[in-house]
Design a protein around this ligand. Structure first.
Ligand SMILES: Cc1ncc(COP(=O)(O)O)c(C=O)c1O
Length: 435
């Protein structure tokens, strides 16, 4: 089998993955990695749309590893930029002595972001970018509360958890999570724009301390929920009218995944704050909160001690990686790659509607989901798919769906092959009670 495709040479997981799992179980905090008899495999290397594990098994990736691999895994241009930067300067001095590569990246982000979004704060995780946005909203509006959405995922640090709408992440830590958000149902395809906007209007009426509305333009981890056409535009207008900020979390949807550079561009929407992460660094941890000068200038000028910073602020390796990755996104035309193959992906997944146990198929561009009758069934498909050579990711607030988010650089034959395996797995998997 050509190196472009899957190649399974041991039982999955293989012996080396199993041995590493025992060690991981001994030394890692138990809540982190799910370890079962048939899951996971330990990754050794990755290239483009394929991943190779420590036992030499090769898989086709239908996840982009949480949406990161927009320019393919281990993109050679990004890898060279990282190696070159690592030889010169690995670490700057954050908010004290900056670097040229950071200036270049900030400039590039201001050119890339829509409208008047010209000033950025760089951080490491998506949750960091969200927390910076929440702090900025308070400074800019003087209001501490946020309108957020059920099913929303914005990261798991304590500040981000305040606006996460998936209960299982909040409940164990409830005494630590401040009650500063009003949660609304996220409007799915069946909801009208009028009722979705009416709900925000009512929430703002009831919650005069709300200074911002925060949302994903398509809910990702919440199961790939696409709002009705026109919703983002109408929400933008409402936020202007009410003097509240619109914060868009494009950490999953950004950098071409839905067929435009940012999902908000489809409706010509420019938020007040745009959070990005995941694909930005091409595999190196980096995120950003990008805002208009009007909003960002709510931060007081530093008089020597930053009000918000971190040790690795604007890390030079991450900035060099992001610059090379943004070059690649432009050179490869990642949004165009998605547009070129989204029809194929939609058709193939749409064909699964006839499969027993498939309840829904939805999404946009290269961010799609198949919804199953139960989380147990979705999990079996993920596990069996891995054994057959595709990497899949379970999603949805209760785990009933599987997200399909391939690297946009995936070849047509690779995509077809991965979808063949996925389809066969879905059709051949039987619910547990029927086994
Ligand atoms: C939309 C969205 N926002 C925020 C986050 C959190 O990012 P991180 O895990 O880097 O903190 C994620 C992660 O999946 C996400 O999908």
């Amino acid at each position: 089998m050509s190196a472009e495709f899957e190649s399974i040479v041991t039982p999955v997981p293989g012996p080396r993955s199993r041995a590493l799992a025992s060690e991981l179980a001994a030394y890692e905090a138990p809540g982190v990695t799910y370890l079962g008899d048939d899951y996971p495999v330990f990754w050794e290397s990755a290239s483009g749309a394929t991943v190779t594990d420590v036992d030499g098994n090769r898989y086709l990736d239908l996840t982009s590893a949480f949406g990161v691999a927009a320019t393919g895994h281990t993109n050679p241009h990004v890898a060279s930029a990282v190696a070159e930067q690592a030889q010169r300067l690995m670490h700057g001095m954050g908010d004290v002595h900056p670097t040229e590569v950071r200036v270049k990246l900030l400039l590039r982000l201001s050119e890339l972001a829509p409208g008047d979004l010209t000033k950025s704060y760089l951080s490491t995780s998506g949750a960091d970018a969200i927390e910076f946005a929440l702090k900025t909203a308070l400074l800019a509006t003087g209001k501490p509360r946020t309108i957020a959405y059920r099913g929303a995922y914005h990261g798991l640090s304590l500040g981000a958890l305040e606006v996460v709408g998936i209960e299982k992440f909040r409940t164990p830590f409830a005494p630590l999570v401040a009650d500063r958000a009003t949660f609304l149902p996220y409007p799915g395809a069946e909801t009208s724009v009028e009722s979705a906007i009416g709900a925000v209007r009512d929430a703002l009426d009831r919650d005069p301390d709300a200074g911002a509305v925060l949302l994903e333009p398509i809910q990702g981890r919440g199961g790939v929920i696409v709002p009705p056409d026109g919703f983002l535009r109408a929400l933008r207008d409402l936020c202007y009218g009410r003097g509240v900020l619109m914060i868009l979390d494009e950490i999953y949807t950004g950098f071409g995944r839905t067929g435009t550079m940012f999902a908000c561009e489809r409706e010509n929407v420019v938020p007040d704050l745009l959070c990005v992460g995941k694909a930005l660094g091409g595999g190196v941890p980096l995120s950003a909160t990008i805002g208009s000068a009007r909003v960002m200038d709510a931060w007081p000028k530093s008089t020597g001690e930053a009000l918000h910073t971190s040790t690795f602020l604007g890390n030079p390796i991450a900035c060099a990686a992001a610059l090379a990755n943004l070059d690649e996104i432009a050179r490869l035309d990642v949004p165009g790659l998605v547009r070129a193959q989204q029809g194929l992906l939609a058709d193939r997944l749409g064909g699964l509607r006839t499969a027993a146990n498939v309840r829904d198929v939805r999404g946009r561009g290269f961010l799609r989901a198949v919804e199953f009758g139960s989380a147990e069934f979705a999990n079996r498909v993920v596990v069996r798919g891995l054994a057959a050579g595709v990497i899949l990711l379970q999603s949805g607030p209760t785990g009933t769906s599987i997200t399909i988010a391939p690297p946009p650089t995936i070849g047509g034959a690779q995509l077809q092959r991965a979808l063949d395996i996925f389809e066969r797995t879905v059709r051949e998997t039987v619910p547990e009670e029927a086994t």
